[in-house]
Design a protein around this ligand. Sequence first.
Ligand SMILES: *Cc1c(COP(=O)(O)O)cnc(C)c1O
Length: 376
Amino acid sequence: MVDLIGQYEKIKPEIDKAVLDVIASSAYINGPEVKKFQSELENYLNVKHVIPCANGTDALQIAMMGLGLKPGDEVITASFTYVATAEVIALLQLTPVLVDVDPKTYQIDPEAVKKAITSKTKAIVPVHLFGQCAPMDSIMAIARAHELYVIEDTAQAIGARYTMNDGSTQMAGTIGDIGTTSFFPSKNLGCYGDGGAIFTNNDDLATKMRMIANHGQSVQYYHDEIGVNSRLDSIQAAILRIKLRHLDEYAAARNTVADYYDNAFKNLKGVITPARVQNSTHVFHQYTLVLENADRDELRKFLAEKEIPSMIYYPVPLHMQKAYTDKRYKEGDFPATEYLCKHVISLPIHTEMNEEDLTTIAEPVKDFLTHIIAQG
Ligand SMILES: *Cc1c(COP(=O)(O)O)cnc(C)c1O
């Protein structure tokens, strides 16, 4: 689904030098590379504070700990997302309150969020799914009206830009109280191992979250809070500094792929290409089609025979996952999420695809779908 080797080869001399320099410096933990990456990412995102940490799941956990959420507090998120979002809510003994998504954009549905609010609700976690922003104007308005925190899960959308209704443009993850991201290798800004970060413009929250990520200490061996141990390695930071300089060009390459696919599939009946919303740019973490009547498993088999990978993000909604089944939820509660889980298919999209790769993938997809639809 991605070509990490091809991408590495283009920046190999720079990366190899940066990694070897860290090894030679012996500043493996919290070295100068981490500080430099932090400040470069603050500049890129135009946000006051970036707190690097070990992965995107930790980033979400530290954000919720930083907000001082207590067991029993309710946190609203979408049922159509990666499990990490709900997992940390449950781990902290908060109550995950799942809601449906907009069937056109796949993003959390603000109307559903509104209906899910109770006196126990403390926060909303919109996920900028597949690389495009959730409807942040509506979410921020709801949050303000009900005094709720907003944590943006930006693991799939770093570098996306959102234009608010007032005309101002902000980077994904810097609109709510806190933004979180992941540097997992296949993410849009991926390192060569695990990594993550937290963003905020709030000075007090930043101080608190920095402390929580570091065993709850502000001075070594004095622990004011119960914290966690969550650090970004210096080697990963050195790699990320180089890759950050290419992030916008990587997003442009992904958009070229998406445009090609859109054009290739636009006249196929029963095939819905990804919606592009007005307020947000798209960084295409995934390129996801909805197949209204074709059998996606047959398509996957057909592609696999030609050694073309495809994936289903996500086959099972969170409210129907074994670990999260709950008497509060049943099949049929979130029709858009359930429909998407049954009908989506994601095609390879990455920064190293040329015209030939695209033809090799799009042609068989088109052939299969044309054939199926012709057969009715
Ligand atoms: C990848 C991902 C995460 C978790 O990131 P890790 O670094 O793997 O812990 C969280 N949320 C979403 C939406 C993701 O895609």
